[in-house]
Design a protein around this ligand. Structure first.
Ligand SMILES: NC(=O)C1=CN([C@@H]2O[C@H](COP(=O)(O)OP(=O)(O)OC[C@H]3O[C@@H](n4cnc5c(N)ncnc54)[C@H](O)[C@@H]3O)[C@@H](O)[C@H]2O)C=CC1
Ligand SMILES: O=C(O)[C@H]1O[C@H](OP(=O)(O)OP(=O)(O)OC[C@H]2O[C@@H](n3ccc(=O)[nH]c3=O)[C@H](O)[C@@H]2O)[C@H](O)[C@@H](O)[C@@H]1O
Length: 446
């Protein structure tokens, strides 16, 4: 099948690469000409495990190409995927400007009957709107069918998720179009769920909102555990044994970040509001999430008194491990707060520094070395649970830091291990481990 993909971000690029790998001829189009040049040279730009090799393999086999021109890119395409961004407007609603532009680009350049597949996350009703925009702007008298095919991949495991996802949702009112999209995806061997367009659009938002709810729920339980002496990790493990609940998405921590949960939860609240429904539950989920990084910050402030002039180490910048994506990363809020209170921040991340610098600027020191970051620090915040961070030898914290106080926002270490180490340790939803009898109380700390 000859396929064009509009937008080469995380979703468009991964979709294009994987569809080419299962044998389709794919051309990925982007308006960013610089990006297109780099993609043509085999540089995936984003960090995603396995992506670069798969991309190069399919470019070499002439199944995958890139274009900065819609006319060239859309010529002869039987199926066109839309994978452009749907960022957040000021009021929280989804910004559909890129979607409308892509729809117009399609209308002006297709010369044969086309199935248009929306991968981007869009509010209910958008596919209908896409169809209208295309119909109004069509240059050639061809038939266009729209299909909602929401994407469920996660950053950091996008390739794996595409090849072995739980389901492929196909929303359309056209049986033939549904059949074409099912056939395209057939080599993945993933169960297909067919439904109407509006329900497919809602499945995406409802899924992200539900996962976000699980995270905020366990974070609230963690906050109560801290007050009552229970251990949230034990609580989550015990809850997860119930098949109806399941063990996933019950890791307490600094809350969810990333390019999707924050914007999609806000968009769903807005969508509900547009239909006179006050989505109180989801509003609370968002509120709990916004407070979570500050909860750890307050704990640290209470312990240290103030941050003025203190070297504070931050381990992890990306919103989660295995990605360089800094969008809505909890590290941002925490670091901004630390800087505001006069801390000298040094932050470690193995791959997100370039993106972090664009958001956080040069008011802090960036490092790709954990040892360097910890050196002489008066407190350490663990923000992203990179394997490298989880594998830190606890003795290093004592050896490198001026005074080894750790505020672990991702519960990276077992309390039993911490008890045997000479560190003072505060985590999420678990008992504090002061170990002070083992430690000489540090000069600048209370
Ligand atoms: N990032 C993720 O993990 C996931 C994202 N999604 C959804 O997929 C959509 C895309 O997300 P990302 O890939 O993260 O976006 P992104 O922002 O990384 O990439 C979008 C790309 O589209 C290009 N673009 C914009 N307008 C264009 C046009 N008219 N023609 C050609 N190219 C155009 C931009 O230059 C950019 O390269 C969003 O709706 C998002 O909510 C869904 C599941 C996972
Ligand atoms: O729509 C999207 O963009 C995607 O959003 C999420 O994927 P992603 O944001 O890449 O990452 P997740 O692994 O879901 O993690 C999101 C955030 O939640 C946090 N999280 C996750 C799980 C958990 O138990 N606790 C927790 O705090 C992570 O640290 C991270 O900040 C969904 O998992 C994907 O299915 C969806 O396609």
């Amino acid at each position: 099948m000859k396929i064009a993909v509009i937008g080469t971000g995380y979703v468009g690029l991964v979709t294009g690469v994987c569809l080419s790998d299962i044998g389709h001829t794919v051309i990925c189009i982007d308006v960013d000409q610089e990006k297109v040049k780099r993609l043509q040279s085999g540089d995936p730009i984003i960090y995603e495990p396995g992506l670069e090799d798969l991309m190069k393999k399919n470019i070499e086999k002439s199944r995958l190409s890139f274009s900065g021109n819609h006319q060239t890119g859309l010529a002869g395409a039987e199926v066109v995927y839309i994978a452009v961004g749907t960022p957040q407007n000021h009021d929280g609603s989804a910004n559909l400007n890129y979607i409308e532009a892509a729809a117009t680009d399609i209308a002006k350049n297709i010369t044969q009957d086309t199935v248009v597949v929306t991968k981007s996350t869009v509010p209910v009703g958008t596919n209908q709107h896409i169809k209208e925009v295309i119909t109004v702007n069509l240059v050639h008298p061809v038939k266009v069918t729209v299909v909602s095919n929401p994407e469920f991949l996660r950053e950091g495991s996008a390739i794996q998720d595409t090849f072995s996802g739980d389901r492929i949702v196909i929303g359309t009112d056209d049986e033939q179009a549904a059949y074409i999209i099912e056939e395209i995806n057939q080599p993945f061997g993933i169960p297909v769920y067919k439904t109407d367009i509006a329900s497919a659009e809602m499945i995406k938002y409802a899924s992200n909102a539900f996962l976000a709810t699980k995270i905020s729920f366990i974070n609230e339980i963690a906050n109560i555990c801290e007050k009552t002496g229970a251990n949230v990790d034990a609580v989550a493990a015990g809850m997860g044994l119930d098949n109806r609940i399941g063990p996933k998405f019950l890791s307490a921590g600094l809350g969810y970040g990333g390019s999707c949960f924050p914007k999609d939860t806000n968009a769903l609240v807005q969508l509900a509001g547009n239909h006179e429904h006050d989505f109180k539950l989801l509003k609370s989920v968002i509120e709990v999430n916004n407070n979570q990084p500050l909860h750890l910050f307050q704990k640290a402030k209470q312990r240290l008194g103030d941050f003025k002039g203190k070297k504070i180490a931050v381990l992890g910048l990306a919103f989660k491990p295995n990605t360089d994506d800094m969008r809505e990363a909890p590290s941002t809020l925490l670091i901004q707060q630390l800087l505001e209170e006069g801390a000298n921040v040094t932050a470690f991340d193995p791959i997100a520094i370039e993106n972090a610098r664009r958001i956080l600027g040069d008011g802090l020191t960036y490092s790709e070395s954990i040892d360097e970051t910890l050196q002489d620090a008066e407190a350490t915040f663990i923000v992203t649970d990179w394997e490298k961070v989880k594998n830190i030898d606890l003795a290093t914290l004592e050896q490198r830091m001026k005074y080894p106080i750790v505020f672990d926002g991702r519960n990276c270490f077992a309390l039993e291990a911490v008890k045997t180490a000479n560190i003072e340790y505060y985590s999420m939803g678990r008992s504090d481990i002061a170990n002070r009898e083992k430690l000489a109380v540090g000069g600048s700390n209370k």
